[in-house]
Design a protein. Structure first.
Length: 159
């Protein structure tokens, strides 16, 4: 059995006037993530990790911010397309582990909802998706509540 790993990272600034989406879930918060799409940095990190496991390009290359069709698109739609690419390569997602780094809002109460949204798209069980929420202990742009970042690691296997 051939097993491959991928690593993804994404960060977006917070700005007023936008909805906050993380893991495909709308989070009750007065600011959202700035981006060409909905800015969902958790899904973007997962996409980059999946593309890395396939030996592919990063999210900015496959869904460029110069393409108007991706303007304000929900990142769940982008993830569906990447999962389709995984299947085309005869790969199956084994496990995903991820971290969202945000000083505010507190995200623990949203993690189950994120798994309910993401697992059907990823076609994995909830215990095969790790989502953890951390702070940046007041350091940097994240600690100053100006940005949110995410990391993701995936394992895939050849079918």
């Amino acid at each position: 059995m051939e097993i491959k790993a991928g690593l993804g990272y994404d960060i977006h600034k917070l700005e007023k006037g936008r909805k906050l989406f993380l893991g495909g879930v709308e989070i009750d918060f007065p600011r959202g993530l700035k981006g060409h799409s909905d800015g969902d940095c958790l899904i973007h990190a997962i996409i980059d990790a999946l593309m890395g496991a396939m030996g592919g390009r990063d999210i900015g290359q496959i869904f460029p911010d110069t393409d108007p069709k991706y303007k304000d698109v929900r990142s769940t739609e982008l993830l569906k397309e990447v999962v389709s690419r995984i299947k085309e390569q005869k790969l199956e997602i084994m496990n995903i582990d991820s971290i969202v780094i945000a000083e505010k809002p507190k995200l623990a109460s949203y993690i189950h909802q994120m798994k309910e949204v993401l697992c059907p798209i990823l076609e994995i069980k909830e215990d095969d998706l790790g989502v953890k929420a951390k702070t940046n202990e007041g350091l940097g742009l994240i600690g100053k509540r100006k940005a949110i970042a995410s990391l993701a690691q995936v394992l895939v296997k050849r079918k």
